[in-house]
Design a protein around this ligand. Sequence first.
Ligand code: FAD
Length: 492
Amino acid sequence: MRISLPFRQHATPRTPLVRALEAAVGSAHVLHLAEDLLAYEYDATIERRRPDAVVFPRSTEEAAACVRIANEHNVPIVPRGSGTGLAGGAVPAQGGLVVVLTRMNRILELDPRDRIAVVQPGVINLALQEACAPHGLLYAPDPSSQRICTLGGNIANNSGGPHTLAHGSTVNHVLGLEVVLPDGRVTWLGARQLDAPGVDLRGLFVGSEGTLGIVTQICVRLVRAPEAVRTMLAIFETIDEATEAVSAIIRRGIIPVALEMLDQEIIRAVEPQLHVGYPLDAGAVLLIEVEGLRETVLEDEAAVIGVCRELHAREVRTAASEDERARLWEGRKGGIGAIGAVSPNFYILDGVVPRTRLPEVMREVMRLSEAAGFRCANIFHAGDGNLHPNIMFDELEPGAIGRVLDLGGQIMRVCVDAGGSITGEHGVGLEKRSYMEWIFGPPDLEAMERVRVAFGGADRFNPCKLLPTGRGCGHAHATELLRHLETPGVYV
Ligand SMILES: Cc1cc2nc3c(=O)[nH]c(=O)nc-3n(C[C@H](O)[C@H](O)[C@H](O)COP(=O)(O)OP(=O)(O)OC[C@H]3O[C@@H](n4cnc5c(N)ncnc54)[C@H](O)[C@@H]3O)c2cc1C
């Protein structure tokens, strides 16, 4: 990553904002030096902007105090979890205060009888899964970043994962939320059980991408771990055959719990690093998992193998042990990270299309990438029609970032034209807010803006995210801002 920031070698004087934050949470939990702020100017995508300060509250009261202090000092507020977001959602687009929730990382309650857990927002997704396992329970949403992403970030982005196909995304598993509103007041949305009476404000909040408040406590529902699981690797000569098999499996009436695709570029990145057993010469593989009662799982497994063979799978392997199953999943969950070893930079896209349109959309994605002169690796939740083309590039090549962003826009347009949408799970963030106008008309966008205002969000709470409008953000697409990145030392 290029570092062109003119470092300030000497301690920066504390601003009144910093002094007030230090008084509220302790000076050890406030960052304000340029070299410390550097780590909080980006998330997992390519947008960057330096905050004025970063604060790490330990409790709801401290988080609320931070919000009130930022308001008193008239600076924007940006909530942040682990910073693995892929749409620039945690990037402080107008500077201001980044509120990092990772110190609030306790599981407060795990009740196996009522099958609920109450957690703080900085709890890591996998930590909750691991805490549930001894009780035979599961917190179902499992983003591939689950080793590091937080529950707070999952809620803000309504994150999905390989198992979304059967279990649904985060919103289907959240019962209630404690939130700090943009004016610093604290309230609960939803409850400890499904179907709380009244307007479903909990549902509105999940997926609002940190624009309606800061989540400080979360009540989630847990499901019973399945009696039996079968995990298969279906190997195909081409992406076309693999994507045809995806809708054929579901047409046959089988809903696998996961149906993931990895193409040859990904396999060739993953295998030398992780040695999980993916064949290097395959055009694409499908990772297919079925779960349920022992008897039905065996039937589903046989049916899946039958469909894959009809669709010309070269081979379908079933994991023979828990260890083999874990390795197959390690390849999937480590797939995006593995691209980092074969390309200096990559840009992950997130679009969704009707499953049946996958073969033609994938052909167009590959054609556009080739025409733009980039290699493209694909690893995605095929069962949901949720594609993730990864455009590989070198940011040191003059003009590369602009060309990559243009290609990203073209691919999103292909998804929309195929009856799909601009995000399947990563959110709109800073990156795709101008594309919102491709799918929503002015009345829809106005209604969303009014919801934001009703929560007290307005312009200073995570500005320039999600909606194409916003004072000071203009209508410019992030692409325009990001072109500045081509000029060393200049920040958006
Ligand atoms: C390798 C890799 C694989 C990934 N795989 C998946 C996947 O399979 N499925 C998927 O959906 N995503 C995936 N992601 C994207 C990302 O991990 C998710 O969006 C995740 O939920 C972000 O969590 P985070 O803690 O990193 O949040 P951040 O990136 O810190 O923040 C994300 C958004 O949430 C807001 N936010 C964070 N915490 C709070 C809070 N407490 N209250 C209010 N708003 C808050 C931020 O303002 C921002 O808008 C992947 C990312 C990577 C790098």
